[in-house]
Each structure stands twice: as C-alpha cells, then as structure tokens.
Design a protein around this ligand. Structure first.
Ligand SMILES: C[S@@+](CC[C@H](N)C(=O)[O-])C[C@H]1O[C@@H](n2cnc3c(N)ncnc32)[C@H](O)[C@@H]1O
Length: 319
C-alpha cells in the first residue's frame, strides 16, 4: 500500500484541526451471511445507487475525509464497488486511501482485478474460525480458496481480521498455521454487544492479544483492550467519533459508529460546526470495543503516545 506524502501531511493536520480523517460508508445493508453476533445487516435491503454514493463521497471530501472504508452488510454484493473505489481515489490528486471490509466469499478473479484497476489500497477480510461455528459462517473452510485467489491476484494489502471470542481465541494458533505462507497481515476485533460494549473477554482472549497484538506489530491501544477483556473499564480515553471518524449509514446519515445511533445527522448538511459538537467524551466510552473508531481516536487523540506505532506504520507503508 503506497501512502502518498500528501496523505501523510494532510493526515498530520487532522491531529489539530476539526475535520474528519476516516469515513466508513455503507454501500448496502444486505449480506450473504447470517452471523449470529452481527446486527449490521438487514434482510432484503437494497443497494445504495452509485450516483447517490458518489454524492456522499463528494460531501465527505468537502468535509476533509482522507480514508474511505466501504462496508455493509456485504460490500461485494454491490456491483459498483470498483467504481466507488475509483471515485474515492480520484479525489485529492489520488492521495486518499480506499479500503473495503468484506467476508471475502464473493471474491472472484474478475472482481479482484477490477478492484486492482480501481486503485484499492487495502482489504480487510473477516474470517473467524477454522471451521464454521454456530456463531459465525466466516471460516477458513469456505474462505481459503478465496484467500488463495487474493494471494495470486491482489495488488492491494490484505489483512485477515478475526472477531475474538472464547472459541476463536482457543483455536487461533491453529488458524494462523493454516494461513502460513500467504502474504497477509492479521488483526482482531473484540466481540461487542449492542451499543458496542465488549461482549467476550477472559484469559483466552487476553492471551491472544498479548501474543499477537491488535494489528500485526501495531498496538495503539492494546493495553486498553487487555484490561477490558479482564473486565477493567477504568482507563479513560476520548472517543473522536462524529469528528475524526464518521460512519455513514445506508440512508445517508452520519452517526458516531455502527453501534451508536444517538447522534444522527444528514451527511449532506454536516458542517465543521456540527462536527465540533462531537469533540467531547461519549457516554459509551467505558468498555467500547469498536475497533475502527478506537484506532482513529487513539491515533489522532494521543499522537505522541502513538508516535512510535504511527512511524512504524508509515515506514511499512512507504517501504
Ligand atoms: C458488519 S461487517 C460488514 C462487512 C462484511 N460483511 C464482513 O463480514 O467483513 C464488518 C465487520 O464487523 C465485524 N462485526 C460484526 N458484528 C460484530 C460484533 N458483534 N463484534 C465484533 N465485530 C463484529 C465483522 O466480523 C466484520 O469484520
């Protein structure tokens, strides 16, 4: 993933200004899977039309977003995903980053090549277990052929993301052995319940976090997560959702994150004054397990603490 110097300079400005860095954009609430822990899908949901999604990207660009993360539901159900990635990459002289979060089961040689051509930077493939479980259909048994296809074809960076639960933690070493030799990085989310609060912790989860870190080698807030997994929610932090991190739902409203719907505001009317109102502590911070919102909040809110990790990230991206 080649990160542009312009991206790094503008992203550094986001530490001090009042503009967003990172936007999650829902392209459809429909999903091809029915994972029992997930409430971010709707039966028979429509695809958001491409022209409408482009208008949302224009609005996010005006606000100052630099990272566009497309998800759902399942984003690969949307046939215009490559066009959307192209649109995000066409802004700011090509220095924006475009990412997709997917279960990967709908990947084909053709759609990987289309995403290559569109300039996708990063794909997070969600896989939770070696075999399907009552909790999650996202297993290596079904995903491995798609992961091999990605290894052959993808020109973007791929990360395998696992929702940590007692079960996935117990088999995580075996899971990693199955993937040895494939050119991917790895990361975790902690399982959350409604509202985003951590729903699965305990010694197994803590052991995996200690051994592997939250994201390969990058551990912005690892100690927080380990404490939360041990039911200690006392360490303070400040959530920058609604300011630095925006979640744009399928109806075109911005909200803090996938789980918090208390603040919802039409994206097309969002301005820096409204964003500034979100520069405050949120009632849901204690025990929050929403990884993307936390990563952005910790990276921008505690830049000195996370400088080492940020430099390591930048070095890896540039190298
Ligand atoms: C809602 S899914 C949408 C994208 C795509 N369908 C996928 O599976 O990656 C986005 C991410 O949220 C994760 N997720 C969903 N529900 C969760 C929960 N209760 N706790 C932790 N992660 C969850 C999924 O595993 C996935 O990595």
């Amino acid at each position: 993933m080649a990160v542009d110097l312009r991206f790094l300079l503008t992203a550094s400005k986001r530490v001090i200004d009042r503009r967003p860095l990172y936007a999650q954009v829902i392209v459809t609430d429909a999903c091809n899977l029915r994972c029992s822990y997930c409430d971010e899908r709707r039966e028979q949901a429509p695809l958001v039309p491409l022209e409408e999604l482009k208008r949302r990207l224009d609005a996010l660009d005006r606000l100052g977003a630099l990272v566009y993360d497309f998800l759902g539901g399942e984003p690969l159900l949307h046939p215009d995903l490559p066009a959307l990635v192209s649109c995000a990459k066409s802004k700011r002289g090509g220095s924006n980053l475009a990412t997709v979060i997917t279960n990967g089961l709908l990947l084909t040689r053709a759609n990987i090549r289309a995403l290559n051509a569109a300039g996708l930077d990063f794909m997070q493939v969600s896989v939770d277990s070696v075999r399907p479980s009552p909790m999650s259909e996202k297993s290596l048994e079904s995903a491995l052929p798609k992961l091999r296809l990605l290894a052959e074809e993808a020109r973007f960076k791929v990360e395998i993301q696992t929702v940590l639960s007692k079960r996935s933690a117990a088999e995580y070493d075996a899971f990693r052995r199955e993937l040895q030799g494939l050119p991917f990085s790895f990361g975790f989310s902690l399982q959350h319940g409604p509202g985003g609060r951590i729903a699965a912790g305990g010694p197994g989860v803590i052991g995996v976090l200690r051994q592997y870190g939250v994201f390969d080698g990058v551990n912005f807030y690892g100690p927080h997560l380990q404490e939360m997994a041990a039911s200690d929610f006392s360490r303070p932090w400040k959530c920058l959702a609604g300011l630095k991190f925006l979640y744009v739902n399928s109806a075109g409203e911005a909200q803090w994150c996938a789980q918090q719907r208390g603040w919802r505001f039409p994206l097309q009317r969002l301005d820096t004054r409204e964003l500034k109102g979100n520069d405050r502590h949120k009632p849901c911070e204690a025990g929050c397990a929403i990884g993307c919102a936390r990563m952005v909040s910790h990276a921008l809110g505690e830049p000195l603490k996370t400088l080492g990790a940020s430099l390591a990230l930048a070095r890896r991206s540039l190298g």
